[in-house]
Write a protein that binds this ligand. Structure first.
Ligand SMILES: C[S@@+](CC[C@H](N)C(=O)[O-])C[C@H]1O[C@@H](n2cnc3c(N)ncnc32)[C@H](O)[C@@H]1O
Ligand SMILES: [Zn+2]
Length: 283
């Protein structure tokens, strides 16, 4: 719930702390001491974008729905467990921020593992924020853009997680405590490779991990690196879901995609291959 995490948030206009106000006549809102106000949506999330999201478009409602169905199917449960395990090993886990939270499945798994944790989920997509707000009672869900200053106070977060999501190194450092941890899950070039080959999906760029290292240099230092690789037997429905939630969803019409998928064996063996890196702040 938003109320649990209000003391972590900062006004996107002036940086002051926010308070939850529940005027009798209107819906709840967050207010800063200079009077900037932000309506809490009926669905329990709040948008703290300073203006409009501009050109930054997060996942569409269809992509979020596809992701939710796919993650409910359990195929990525080992990934959720591996992220939750990496978080649980951190020195403190009271306040976890998941950037690019999506449906909230990963953050909910973390909160299930650790009953003392408050979860803050940030995503630029309203559809994702709506979904994340109901993913777990201890999730506070906020719409914000990771490429702008995050509406989060400095040094208040114990662990930041970034799962298949964009990262802004400087901002993640700012919101983390000095002894905080950053847990990053990135796909390797083998991730979903059978589908990439058969359906011509957007390929994971093999330079990506090198670039990730470069963007962290001098700010974060990696303390562990865990590859997680396994094979999933996906039926056509699961394949439809994994394609519809990914970066290829915008490149081809759903009808054409369904035709391609129908030509695959059912079920089809697909490799899941990611790396979970755990980082500490460079002192
Ligand atoms: C590939 S999805 C991963 C979602 C979730 N972490 C998961 O693995 O299920 C990437 C997420 O990042 C969000 N996103 C993309 N650009 C963003 C930005 N600039 N600021 C915040 N979130 C962003 C998308 O809306 C989407 O929910
Ligand atoms: Zn303000």
């Amino acid at each position: 719930m938003l109320a649990d995490a209000v003391d972590l948030l900062a006004c996107p206009h002036c940086g002051a702390g926010l308070e939850l106000d529940t005027p009798e006549s209107t819906a709840a809102e967050l207010v800063c001491e200079r009077g900037h106000t932000f309506d809490v949506a009926r669905q329990g999330y709040v948008s703290l974008l300073p203006g409009s999201a501009g050109k930054i478009v997060g996942d569409s409602a269809d992509m979020v729905a596809a992701r939710g169905d796919f993650l409910d199917s359990g195929h990525y449960d080992p990934l959720m467990s591996a992220v939750a395990d990496a978080v649980a090993e951190s020195p403190a886990v009271g306040r976890v921020l998941d950037v690019g939270v999506g449906t909230g499945h990963y953050l909910a798994r973390i909160l299930d593992t650790s009953t003392e944790t408050t979860g803050l989920g940030i995503d630029v997509s309203k559809a994702a924020a709506r979904r994340a707000a109901r993913a777990h009672p201890r999730i506070a869900s906020v719409v914000a853009d990771v490429w702008q200053q995050l509406p989060v106070r400095a040094g208040v977060i114990d662990v930041v997680t970034s799962v298949f999501s964009p990262r802004n190194t400087a901002e993640l450092r700012r919101v983390l405590r000095d002894d905080g941890r950053l847990v990053v899950l990135t796909p390797t070039e083998h991730h979903l490779e059978e589908l990439v080959g058969a359906l011509g999906l957007v390929r994971v760029d093999s330079e990506k991990n090198r670039r990730l290292g470069d963007s962290m240099a001098g700010v974060f230092e990696r303390v562990s690196r865990r590859p997680v690789t396994f094979t999933v037997s996906m039926d056509h429905r699961a394949i439809e879901g994994v394609v519809a939630m990914g970066p290829s969803a915008r490149h081809i019409s759903p009808a054409e995609r369904s035709d391609q998928i129908r030509s695959l064996p059912d079920p089809f063996a697909v490799t899941v291959s990611v790396v979970i890196g755990v980082y500490v702040v460079v002192r």
